[in-house]
Design a protein around this ligand. Structure first.
Ligand SMILES: *Cc1c(COP(=O)(O)O)cnc(C)c1O
Length: 495
């Protein structure tokens, strides 16, 4: 499988795309075509454990490596020591949806599904490409990617991780997870700004050629662990096939039946992986894109116009507080028939005026494939309460946004296609919000809320979150958004 950029005609191997992370001209790496995965092959997944399912999908893209190597990487990434309980991505049947739980990993958010895998892909790709430089992974996080990247890359030889998160823009548990991170090769810094500022800052550092030369002279090069890195997306494609196989196993669908997928969306990586799965052959009817009050994507799907010129809201689903969704670029590359000039023009327009309008054909196709809607904090809280009351199931606020949007979708369309609602975080990462939604009670202390939530619901709190109570805070840097590059110089001890 070869890779190109959304903004220029290039020819790279998967290993090169993973190590580079983002293309020099600012585009994102994409496969030149989608490998087919047949219904027979999907049928064969049904009897396999998760890591073997993942290997079947990944190996279609990571053709630099032998099948055995890919399976070995998957078994390390998704083993019981990383995902206690054995199943990395279980499907739970509710009354009118199927919840795909992606939060069983070490950081209790779905980012682990990709970031437990990425270090293996990265180090093997470096080896395959003869890269001897230290790879410095710059991360901008809205809360969950940062910790998952730290956890995945901590003390991985040949790599360093630097994470920037929005100051005051993440939950207490998310912040503690990051600032208590151990490891000789990790740094964390809060940025006075929101996630978009942090992401733009990181992208600007990537685009700074002078900085790249300084790093090179010091035996270092940059890469990304954000979902702009293709190596983040491939592992995410796998769990959609796995969920489909589980629905067949549960008897919810027959092999070949179409399903809907409803995804709580921020940077558009998770739902794009579902889109890619469909292009490979997964029978999908609609992609339901669920946003919180930062509903730029809802408007985009309904009108074909992307317009980030709007107020930014802090919500109870902070990992979706995003106005510039990076992976939309990969979608419009598809919708515009692989026309990299068109994509470049649209992205230039986004950079200059904060908006762009899709060509009519692309806009129509977008609306055909996707359904976009949103739920504000009150609606999400109501949904957490409703689902707990009616089904005894506890959802985090991000999952609740998706679940609420799915309820709206059903009412509006009367579509009864079986639907996967993607669950992206453990309720214990947002215990204050969840507890208030199901009991009406408020706790000042997040850990007290955790204890009470556990007592009330009987759902066990993940061990790694429990440990946060006692771990020392190690990373207390804060910087202005203009000073992110300066911080990187400082962390790396280069001049
Ligand atoms: C990152 C994240 C999202 C958004 O996922 P994208 O791939 O950025 O669309 C949703 N929920 C949680 C809990 C997350 O951590």
């Amino acid at each position: 499988m070869r890779y190109t950029s959304t903004r220029a005609a290039l020819d790279l191997s998967c290993a090169q795309a993973v190590v580079k992370g983002i293309s020099q001209e600012g585009g994102l790496f994409v496969p030149v075509s989608f490998p087919a995965f047949s219904l027979d092959e999907i049928g064969e997944l049904v009897s396999l454990p998760y890591y073997k399912r993942a290997a079947k999908i990944l190996s279609k893209y990571t053709t630099d490596f032998t099948y055995e190597k890919v399976e070995e990487m998957c078994s390390k990434a998704y083993g019981a020591d990383r995902f206690p309980g054995g199943d990395a991505a279980p499907v739970v049947a509710l009354k009118d949806s199927y919840v795909l739980e992606l939060f069983r990993g070490p950081t209790s958010a779905f980012k682990d599904m990709a970031l437990q895998m990425l270090p293996h892909l990265m180090t093997n790709s470096m080896r395959a490409g003869g890269v001897t430089d230290e790879v410095v992974i710059l991360v901008a996080t809205s809360g969950d990617t940062g910790k998952a990247a730290l956890e995945g890359f901590a003390d991985v030889p040949g790599t360093r991780v630097i994470v920037f998160y929005p100051y005051g823009g993440v939950s207490k548990a998310q912040r503690l997870q990051m600032v208590t991170q151990k490891g000789e090769n990790v740094d964390v810094c809060a940025v006075r700004g929101n996630f978009d500022d942090a992401q733009t800052g990181v992208k600007n550092i990537f685009a700074d050629e002078e900085f790249a030369a300084v790093l090179k002279a010091n035996g270092k090069q940059l890469s990304s662990a954000n979902s702009i890195n293709f190596g983040r997306l491939v592992p995410q494609i796998a769990y959609y096939f796995s969920a489909y196989a589980d629905m067949v196993k549960l008897g919810a669908i027959k092999l070949g039946d179409k399903i809907n997928v409803c995804v709580p969306t921020g940077n558009f990586g998770n739902i794009l992986a579902a889109d890619y799965a469909q292009r490979m052959g997964l029978p999908v009817n609609k992609f339901i894109c669920a946003s919180n009050k930062n509903n730029v994507l809802t408007d985009f799907i309904n009108t074909g116009v992307y317009d980030r010129n709007r107020e930014f809201y802090k919500t109870t689903s902070p990992s979706m507080d995003i106005l510039i969704s990076s992976n939309v670029e990969r979608l419009i590359y598809q919708l515009c028939g692989h026309d990299n000039k068109e994509v470049s023009a649209l992205m230039d327009s986004l950079k200059e005026s904060g908006k762009y309008a899709l060509p009519e054909k692309a806009a129509n196709e977008l609306k055909e494939r996707y359904y976009g809607s949103w739920a504000d904090d009150d609606m999400a809280a109501e949904e957490i309460g409703r689902v707990y009351k009616e089904e005894g199931y506890v959802m985090d606020p991000h999952t609740a946004v998706a679940s609420a949007v799915y309820q709206k979708y059903r009412e509006k369309t009367c579509d009864t296609t079986k639907t996967i609602v993607v669950s992206t975080a453990s309720p214990y990462k947002f215990s204050g919000t969840v507890l208030k939604a199901i009991s009406g009670r408020e706790f000042d202390d997040e850990f007290e809320a955790c204890d009470e939530l556990e007592r009330m619901t009987g759902v066990l709190m993940p061990e790694k979150l429990k440990e946060l109570r006692t771990l020392p805070e190690r990373h207390l840097s804060v910087c202005d958004k203009e000073d992110m590059e300066k911080k990187v110089y400082e962390f790396l001890h280069v001049k």
